[in-house]
Design a protein around this ligand. Structure first.
Ligand code: 48H
Length: 354
């Protein structure tokens, strides 16, 4: 059962995954063989010990292809040796295109990069909860005016409801003067009718996200607001957060305490849920009315008008304004979200200058 034997240099790593089950105590082994040049493996021995097994071959010698005869050999003996699968990975181009960086260096870059940035945002000027159109817009405006801003987003992705228009269709609308913001952001749009403009949801959303990040806003995604920090005279002084996966597991499984971030102002941009406001409402301090029925012409003007500070240190923007004040909803038209975000930034700048 010996194939060839000139060099048997690397038979380095044997990764064994043992899968056992009570009913069928079958054991499956995965064997990773690193080989360099000529090949010699006591297959019969392997067959005797490991059954059944999967074999992965890595050719680590540069420029040396796994030979046809070896493939033939493996094919011929595949059945006899009862191998579940034989996969060949040729790595003879290793290091020719990409720089040589190992797994531990990749991990180290991520860990140190995250910690370095996280330490800087433990305290900031403004925390925006919610990365939908209003929150992104507010963040972009504040950051471009030199403020230290963090967006907390419970999803893996930013953009909230801005990716799609109504009814899962990828077109969003804005009414005048919303198109001016589209123009500023470099988002292509067309005039659909007088004062009504149409843009592509994914294009608009990705441009807004990019502009927000370019302005310097830091993002904590997969992070959920769990509570608020209330300080002197009940003023909001920050947020209590946890990883979204922790928040979504039952308490008895994931009893993990949250942590807190401090800021001078918190903006509630959590959309229909108005989740920051609701945390204060739970303590009997504020009362949300719930958003009203749709009335496009009325709602958008009102959302922008009512955007502002609703409690010391807490500003509301976007759909959270409708929910807090009981204003009509507007459906898939986003001008008010963008303008409300802009106004939330102006109000916040005023608070910060006090
Ligand atoms: C962390 C959270 C939490 C939490 C929520 O829904 P959004 O897009 O919100 P807006 O107000 O910027 O825009 C609303 C718009 O998209 C819309 O739905 C309109 C115009 N509807 C009209 C109508 O008639 O229905 O984004 C809110 C974001 C989302 O990304 C959430 O995941 C996030 O906030 N979020 N993040 N912690 N507790 N709650």
């Amino acid at each position: 059962m010996i194939f060839r034997h000139k060099v048997f240099r690397l038979f380095t790593e044997i990764l064994i995954t043992v899968k056992s089950s009570v009913c069928a105590p079958e054991i499956t082994f995965k064997i990773i063989l690193l080989y360099d040049g000529f090949f010699f493996i006591p297959f019969s021995l392997l067959q005797g010990i490991f059954f059944p097994c999967e074999i992965y071959l890595f050719n680590i010698q540069k420029g040396n292809k796994i030979s046809n005869s070896l493939c033939l050999y493996l094919t011929l003996y595949k059945r006899e040796l009862n191998f579940k699968a034989i996969k060949l990975f040729q790595e003879d181009n290793m290091g020719e295109i990409f720089s040589k960086v190992s797994e531990k260096e990749v991990t180290s870059a991520i860990v140190s990069g995250f910690i370095k940035e996280f330490e800087k945002i433990i305290e900031s000027d403004v925390i925006i909860v919610g990365g939908g159109p209003s929150g992104l817009m507010a963040g972009k405006e504040l950051s471009s005016k030199g403020k230290k801003v963090v967006i907390i987003e419970r999803n893996n992705y930013l953009g909230g409801g801005f990716w799609t228009g109504g009814y899962l269709m990828n077109k969003i609308t804005v009414r005048h003067p919303g198109e001016e913001i589209l123009k500023d952001l470099g988002i292509p749009f067309e005039e659909f009718g007088e004062g009504l403009y149409l843009a592509d949801g994914p294009h608009a959303c990705s441009k807004l996200i990019a502009a927000t990040c370019d302005a310097g806003v830091k993002i904590l995604n997969m992070t959920t607001l769990e509570d608020v920090v209330l300080k002197e005279k009940g003023a909001v002084g920050g947020v209590v957060i946890n990883w979204t996966p922790i928040e979504t597991l039952p308490r008895e499984i994931a009893s993990v305490d949250p942590i807190a971030l401090e800021s001078k102002v918190v903006i509630d941009a959590t959309g229909h849920d108005a989740n920051v406001v609701k945390k204060i409402e739970e303590r009997g301090i504020l009362k949300t009315k719930g958003y009203g029925a749709m009335w496009v012409e009325k709602s958008e003007d009102m959302v922008v008008k009512y955007t502002g500070e609703v409690h010391p240190g807490l500003v509301v923007t976007g759909m959270a304004v409708s929910t807090f004040f009981g204003l009509p909803r507007m459906g898939p038209t986003f001008g008010a979200m963008l303008l409300s975000g802009k106004k939330a930034a102006e109000v916040t700048m005023e608070i910060l200058s006090r």
